[in-house]
Design a protein around this ligand. Sequence first.
Ligand code: PLP
Length: 456
Amino acid sequence: MHELDRTIWSSTTRRAGGEGLRSQAIQVGGIDVRDLAAQHGTPLFVLDEADFRERAAAMRDAYASGPLDCVVYYAGKAFLCTTVASWVAEEGLGLDVCSGGELAVAVAAGFPADRIAFHGNNKSGPELRAALAHGVGRYVVDSFEEITRLAALAAEQGVRARVLVRATVGVEAHTHEYIATAHEDQKFGFSLANGDALEAVRRVVALDGLDLAGLHSHIGSQIFDAAGFEVSAHRLVRLAVQVREELGVEVAELDLGGGMGIAYTAADSPLDVREMAARLQDIVAKECADHGLPLPRISVEPGRAIVGPTTFTLYEVGTVKQVDLGGGRSRRYVSVDGGMSDNIRTALYDADYTVTLASRVSQAAAVLSRVVGKHCESGDIVVRDAWLPADVTAGDLLAVAATGAYCRAMTSNYNYLPAPAVVAVRDGRSTVILQRETVDRLLALDPGVTRSPGAG
Ligand SMILES: *Cc1c(COP(=O)(O)O)cnc(C)c1O
């Protein structure tokens, strides 16, 4: 119950040693979670900086050690703030953004513009203008309208835009399963099946102001093996062959997208980063050899696999309720001070998480519990089934592992809950990298507020 599975928790997360149960609280970055809670409040996202940098560097190195040149782009949508953007830059990765807001964060961080890639199925005119003015390195185009618009805006600004054409390769991957040919019906990309992808490349090549940088595909998220990538690489290579034959243009780069999975619980066993990188390198090299294509550069765009495991959420326990289910069965509901506003993934994707008592250890028996939030919604579940000590009580701290990706990034203000702060911890120091929202700030958006809260 108190053991920390190394495949789930960040590298500096551990239980403090020493005599007495009170002293066996979780530490991360050399800091006791009770001190973090006292200093920064809860709920709190606690990000292990050393672990983030290790994962970014490991990803970069794993993909660099193959026959093909490879650039790793960190998918900023998983979690982004200026501090994280600066770590990504320092570790030598590129950065994917998919809105004007994410681009603004990158710009505010001074992220090198030529290493930024701009994604999205509905980039607006002002977003594209801002990106062109900033000198963004590449655009992953997603519609014929966008190709026309981007070319016109580039011409207007007297610049050229480097473009990857996003192909819908007909693969949908999720954890260890993938479905080939089954997923044409979606908003992203150009269909390979009906020739749209080839037509998109033709238009990019023909238009002044646009340079073809390569072909792109992204097949899903939380993927555990290389099978889906194998199919998508095969189909991208086939498109590259068509581009060469019909347009006389050599495709310089294949981008295989992101989606590399992580372990949320002991039941998850994703391929290790090096193995996945080696598999992808081999697959593309073999496909190109089979079709007589020169070796392209490749790129990948992991988000979750870099930031997910670096962070846990620290909550304080409030109400603990034993609910009679009849037939002698019961369920214990352990309520925490956040919930679906800071982690929507359980409600949205039926995601599973690992939770542990963080502020102490206990010798009480393990009780099957459900960790729930404080929102007015019975689906407001953080961890559906968790073994927690029978004596868990108000004031205890719980840590939910691997919440670095798509939790803070997907926060809402449901029930007027302010988004939690994010602190980075390293070598005994904690630094707020995103402040906690406040109710005052939320009220500042409301022109009807006539009395300042707390003024009675
Ligand atoms: C979401 C997304 C990613 C990152 O996905 P992860 O599962 O976080 O690795 C990469 N590329 C594109 C195009 C995406 O939409």
